[in-house]
Design a protein around this ligand. Sequence first.
Ligand code: THU
Length: 140
Amino acid sequence: MNDVNKLINMAFEVREKAYIPYSNHGVGAALLSKDGEIFTGCNVENAAYSPTNCAERTAFFKAVSEGVREFEAIAIVGGLMNRTATNICAPCGVCRQVMREFCSDDFKIYLGYRNEAGDIDYELMTLGELLPESFGPENL
Ligand code: THU
């Protein structure tokens, strides 16, 4: 299995842990640091709705709270849990902004899914493509 497929596979695995009693939309993320460590995260919902944390932010906050701040790539998978994730799940705007805090425009975002044969597939986008003309730490 190549490195990208491994990262996407880890995102699929952690998605199984998503706490999603309200939406049933499970998301998994696997974040690769520059020094090769991988931090996974799932979405964690809340009865008051707005405290919900997305999978991507869970992964980022786990990494940063372990002292890791430099990142290479993230794999994201998601969709309703009672169906196969056959479509990409693009990160929400808040998660894009959190990525922007720690990552440069060339940060790689692998949007994973399962194709018709059931195999892992993905679309690759950069943070610069998903969040152009952005506001970040150097603006302050
Ligand atoms: N969600 C994520 O975890 N990541 C995304 O990129 C999009 C949305 C979660 C939040 C909520 O628990 C559920 O998906 C439906 O919005």
